[in-house]
Design a binder for this molecule. Structure first.
Ligand code: UTP
Length: 277
């Protein structure tokens, strides 16, 4: 699978973190010695992706700003002999950054559509900022390994976690066709349903913030967008495009190893901070 680009949709309003998010995007909250968003960019870099597109909303320009080269600051640090900080800043010199705006928060799929024209490779990685994987292998690493194992070029891969039964209404829940004979965590999917009530959930395997999606999925998102424009339901969701394309392309779930941290809620963020201490 050709994988050189990643999209990071970070245009959400972050209402659960108000009033902080009036001025500080939640993705810039600190985790360890860097902001949450830098952990995501590092994850993309760790699998060799250097072309990154942020989908932001007005007022969140500080997110790409964090990664831009600041020659004046670097010269000053050099003068003062602060090589440790200099090294940290230079880590992002190789990244090719692109920024697009999502002017209305019409869903995660709508956010991705804003980046559609930028996508050149046949597949693109998608990372949502609220989920972080702790462990030997990052979420993206595990998805990329699954793509290699299944020799799939035109399919999609989603990260999965076993979620508590009473929380299925917060996740896209999948049903499994079969496990890969060489890795029981790599699962060919046969169904997906968005946020089912616990009593109706077909399983407890929930989709969490990492995806590899084929370029063709953007056409489906566009189609869904056209239909949504004339309907009451205005959101364009990534899961709806995946459900639509499931009969036509192979979609695999990867039951990821490691611990997932949910930094999208103040409680989850506080837990994550403790882990990084
Ligand atoms: P959430 O649904 O958690 O929304 O989005 P949010 O705005 O970040 O947070 P709350 O619910 O208001 O507290 C999940 C991810 O999808 C992105 C968000 O930035 C977040 O990374 N997203 C969501 C967009 O970029 N655009 C959208 O229209 C919706």
């Amino acid at each position: 699978m050709q994988l050189t680009q990643a999209i990071l949709p970070v245009a959400g309003l972050g209402t659960r973190f108000l009033p902080w998010t009036k001025v500080v995007p939640k993705e810039l909250l600190p985790l360890g010695n860097q902001p949450i968003i830098a952990h995501l960019v590092d994850e993309a870099l760790s699998i060799g992706i250097q072309r990154i597109c942020f989908v932001i909303s007005r007022g969140k320009e500080a997110i790409p700003q964090y990664f831009y080269k600041d020659a004046a600051l670097e010269a000053e640090l050099l003068k003062r002999g602060k090589s440790h900080y200099l090294e940290q800043l230079k880590r992002y010199d190789e990244i090719e950054l692109h920024v697009v705006y999502q002017d209305e928060q019409l869903g995660d799929g709508h956010a991705l559509l804003q980046a559609a024209d930028w996508v050149e490779s046949s597949s693109v990685a998608v990372l949502f900022g609220d989920d972080l994987f702790m462990g030997e292998k990052s979420g993206l690493m595990q998805l990329k390994a699954a793509a290699k194992l299944t020799k799939t070029d035109h399919g999609a891969f989603v990260a999965l976690e076993n979620v508590p039964q009473e929380q299925t209404h917060k996740y896209g829940i999948v049903t499994v066709d079969r496990a890969h004979p060489k890795n029981e965590r790599v699962l060919k999917l046969k169904g997906m349903v968005e946020k089912p009530h616990p009593s109706k959930a077909p399983s407890t395997l929930g989709i969490v913030g990492r995806y590899l999606i084929p370029k063709s999925l953007f056409k489906t998102l566009e189609k869904i967008g056209k239909n949504s424009a004339t309907s009451k339901h205005k959101e364009i969701r990534l899961i709806d495009a995946l459900i639509h394309d499931l009969p036509h392309i192979p979609i695999h779930g990867v039951h990821c190893e490691g611990v997932r941290l949910d930094t999208g809620t103040p409680e989850g963020y506080r837990e994550a901070v403790k882990i990084f201490e």
